[in-house]
Unconditional design. Structure first.
Length: 144
């Protein structure tokens, strides 16, 4: 009997060809169009201001873990400055991701309310970026 149309073998072969073509097209697309967060020149991930704030917070947390010996029953608010964290070698220089000639500055509020510990980073990178609530005039925040 002469049947017209595709059999199972032909169908599987066509699906396999489509799959291989899709893989080739996807790999070509990825090599031609770089990721938006990747620098096309260096191939490295471009830093964001959030990344810099995270670095500042992590440095403050490491510093406090190494040096803090407060009373867990008291409420304390401390300010750890960027310059102090750099001086103590907990942090490398923070450079503005949008202007390589600008060094960022800032501080981290360390807040201990009984057993609860919080870190809140504040970053300022020239006129390009400033964390909401940044106060460049206060050096030490008093506990309330």
């Amino acid at each position: 009997m002469n049947q017209k149309g595709f059999g199972l073998k032909e169908f599987v072969i066509i699906i396999a060809i489509i799959f291989v073509c899709a893989i080739i097209i996807m790999s070509l697309y990825r090599s031609i169009i770089p990721n938006a967060t990747t620098s096309s020149v260096t191939g490295t991930k471009k830093l964001t201001y959030k990344d810099l704030e995270d670095r500042l917070e992590l440095a403050a947390e490491r510093y406090q873990n190494d040096n803090y010996s407060g009373n867990a029953s008291d409420t304390e608010v401390w300010e750890l400055s960027y310059s102090m964290l750099r001086k103590e070698k907990y942090l490398d220089k923070l450079i503005d991701p949008n202007d390589e000639d600008t060094e960022c500055t800032g501080y981290v509020e360390f807040i201990q309310d009984e057993a609860k510990v919080m870190y809140k980073p504040f970053l300022k990178c020239g006129s390009n970026y400033e964390t909401k609530g940044y106060d460049g005039t206060n050096n030490i925040k008093e506990s309330e």
